[in-house]
Design a binder for this molecule. Structure first.
Ligand code: PBG
Length: 344
C-alpha cells in the first residue's frame, strides 16, 4: 500500500468524501418532492379531444384540458408533489386591451381551479395574478396613456386575486411587478374574508430573455402599442441589479407577502442567497423558468448532457443557495427519480 502519511496533513477534507455513507452524513442541502411545485398550463379543448397539446419549445410539457389537468394533478399528488402553479392559455378572441376576461368567473381559469380543488383538495393550487394571458397587448399591466398604468392595474389584480380565492386558490402569485400589488391584494383578500389565502409574491422578477418558451406556449408575448414597447423593462427588474431585490423584498414583507420568489432561477442564485440571508424568517421560492428547462431539454436531446444528473444538480444548487420552494417544469420527473432512488 502506498503510504499516505508522507505528508503530515492534519486537515484532510477528502476524509469526509471517502464513501457514500460519509457523503450522506455531512450533506448540507437536500431536494425532496415536497420542495417542488409543478407549473401546469390549461387550455380550452386542448389537443382537439386528446386532452393535451404538446408545447414545442418545452418537450414533455403540455397545455391540458381541464379534465386532463385534473388527472395530471392526481399523478403529481401521488408522487408527493405538494402543489401546482397554474397558467391559462386564453383564446385570442377573448383578449382585449382591458384584459376583461381575467375577471370572468365562468372563464377557463376559475373553472380549472374549481375542478382541481374539487378532485384534489389536499393539493395546493397557486394561481397567477397578472394580466398578460388576457391582454391583447400581452402586458402584465394596463396600457393607458402611453404607459403601463400602475395604480389602475392594481384594482384589476386585486379583483383577480379575490376571484381566484373564491374558486379555491390556496396561494395567489402576483407575477406582474406593479408597485404596491401585494398590499392591494392582501387588502382585497382580507376584505372578502380570505384571510387564509396566501400570497406567493414574485418579489424579484427580472426582465429576462429566459421566458421565451412560456410566452410562446401562451401566445402572450408583449406587443408594442401607444409608444409602449414590446418588452417588460419598465416593470420587471433590470438583470444588472442584485441589491435592488432587497428593496422589493422589504416592500413585499411590509405589504404582507407570505413567500418571496426570485425568477428566473439559475442565473439569479446570488439573489436567492441574498434574500435568504436578509429575510431568514421568510420562505424563499425560486422559479426555474421555461428557458432554463428548454436549454436542458435541447442539450439532452442532442446527447450533450445527461438529464437526471443535470436536473438534480440544478435543483440541489437552488436549495443550497437558500431556496425553500422550487417551481420547476422538471418537478414530476425529479419526483419519479427521487422515489426510484436513481438520481445518483
Ligand atoms: C407573466 C409570467 C411569465 C412567466 C410566468 N408568469 C412571463 C413573463 O413575465 O413574460 C414566465 C415563466 C417561465 O418562463 O417559465 N405574468
Amino acid at each position: 500500500m502506498l503510504d499516505e502519511s508522507a505528508h503530515s496533513l492534519t486537515r484532510r477534507p477528502r476524509r469526509l468524501r471517502q464513501s457514500a455513507a460519509h457523503r450522506a452524513l455531512v450533506r448540507e442541502a437536500h431536494v425532496s418532492a415536497s420542495d417542488l411545485i409543478q407549473p401546469l398550463f390549461v387550455e380550452e379543448a386542448a389537443g382537439g379531444g386528446a386532452g393535451r397539446t404538446p408545447i414545442a419549445a418545452m418537450p414533455g410539457q403540455y397545455r391540458f384540458s381541464v379534465s386532463a389537468l385534473v388527472e395530471e394533478a392526481g399523478r403529481l399528488a401521488a408522487l408527493g408533489i405538494p402543489g401546482v402553479a397554474l397558467f391559462p392559455a386564453i383564446s385570442p378572441d377573448l383578449k382585449d386591451a382591458e384584459a376583461r376576461h381575467a375577471l370572468d368567473e365562468d372563464g377557463l381559469y376559475p373553472r380549472a381551479i374549481r375542478a382541481l380543488k374539487a378532485a384534489h383538495p389536499e393539493m395546493l393550487v397557486m394561481t397567477d395574478v397578472a394580466l398578460d394571458p388576457y391582454s391583447s397587448d400581452g402586458h402584465d399591466g394596463l396600457v393607458l396613456g402611453g404607459r403601463i398604468h400602475n395604480d389602475r392595474t392594481l384594482d384589476v389584480l386585486a379583483a383577480m386575486a379575490v376571484l381566484h380565492a373564491q374558486a379555491g386558490a390556496d396561494f395567489v402569485a402576483p407575477s406582474d411587478m406593479m408597485d404596491g400589488r401585494v398590499a392591494a391584494i392582501r387588502g382585497a383578500l382580507d376584505g372578502a374574508g380570505f384571510t387564509d389565502v396566501g400570497i406567493l409574491s414574485y418579489t424579484a422578477k427580472y426582465a429576462s430573455a429566459f421566458y421565451g418558451p412560456f410566452r410562446h406556449a401562451l401566445s402572450s408575448a408583449p406587443r408594442p402599442r401607444e409608444g409602449v414597447p414590446a418588452d417588460k423593462k419598465t416593470y420587471q427588474m433590470d438583470p444588472a441589479n442584485g441589491r435592488e431585490a432587497l428593496l422589493e423584498a422589504e416592500l413585499d414583507v411590509a405589504e404582507g407577502a407570505d413567500v418571496l420568489m426570485v425568477k428566473p432561477g439559475l442565473p439569479y442564485l446570488d439573489v436567492v442567497s441574498a434574500l435568504k440571508a436578509h429575510f431568514p424568517a421568510h420562505p424563499v421560492a425560486v422559479y426555474n423558468v421555461s428557458g432554463e428547462y428548454a436549454m436542458v431539454k435541447a442539450a439532452v436531446a442532442a446527447g450533450y448532457l445527461e438529464e437526471r444528473g443535470v436536473v438534480m444538480e440544478t435543483l440541489l444548487s437552488m436549495k443550497r443557495a437558500g431556496a425553500d420552494i422550487i417551481l420547476t417544469y422538471h418537478a414530476k420527473d425529479a419526483a419519479v427519480w427521487l422515489r426510484e432512488g436513481t438520481h445518483g
